[in-house]
Design a protein around this ligand. Sequence first.
Ligand code: ATP
Length: 293
Amino acid sequence: MSTTMAEVNRLLRKTAGLINNDNPSPFQGQFRVGVDLGTADIQTIVVDAAGKPLAGYMEWANVVRDGIVVDFFGASQIVREQVRRASEKLGIRIEQVTTSFPPGTDSRISTNVIEAAGLEVAGVIDEPSSVAKLLQLQHAAVVDIGGGTTGTAIIENGEVVRSMDDATGGRHISLVIAGHFGLPYEEAEEMKRASRDQALCGLVAPVIAKMADIVRSHIAGHKVPAIYLTGGSCALPGFLDVFAAEFPGIDVILPEHPLYLTPLAIATYSEAVQAPVHQQRQTQRQAQRQKVG
Ligand code: ATP
């Protein structure tokens, strides 16, 4: 495991501990904000200038489907509320955020939601590229298994050279669980997320094998020494063993709390480092003084 991965795992543990925690934690310094609009959830993460997580919000939400925002108003309301809670927790004013888009989709889908939430777009990046940058990958594949899709980005010499996406994700795992136990979809989804042992993994192994088939077709013809997993579906206990067995000769690396890796990477990517309100005022005063002088 590279030092970077160990460091990223530390940041992910920190992020997991912050999720939806409103306890006031006044912050003074520069910060960056990332918003990840997914098919299963919306997440907002705030990090400091060094990339250390300061606040994190996540809401399960059914507002994006097949790369399209099906509930535009709902999505922008969730973003607005998450940003409000983060601002209040940290005692800062958030005016700009960085957002992302799945490869092959129109980035305006995300930026329109951000603007409708009354925020400026500080930056936009495709999801696997953000992860590749955070992990400083040179030659590898980033595989994102989210709610609706399995996506792969191939990185060569530090750049994404190919990215693909196919429609099998955590939703399909939940559907198998629902069918097996005769449960409504929502209950199966909750059962899956609450699972702490490998009992469900055997049942859904064919879905995981299908995801591996998709990834195999994505990386065909490329020399991929390592696969870095991201996305909430990889958090299922036992997932890594079933998935990795499909790729002999390739290192398959699962971060801790893969649900938070992409949003953390988006927040860290931001180019614009914002200053909190009191600093912004100070900077304005300095500028005025310089003008006068
Ligand atoms: P997409 O990438 O398809 O747009 P998304 O970004 O919303 O979707 P993620 O937030 O990465 O996807 O992951 C959401 C998926 O992860 C859901 O299907 C959810 O059921 C699943 N998931 C979350 N936590 C767990 C867990 N502990 N065990 C298994 N699956 C989980």
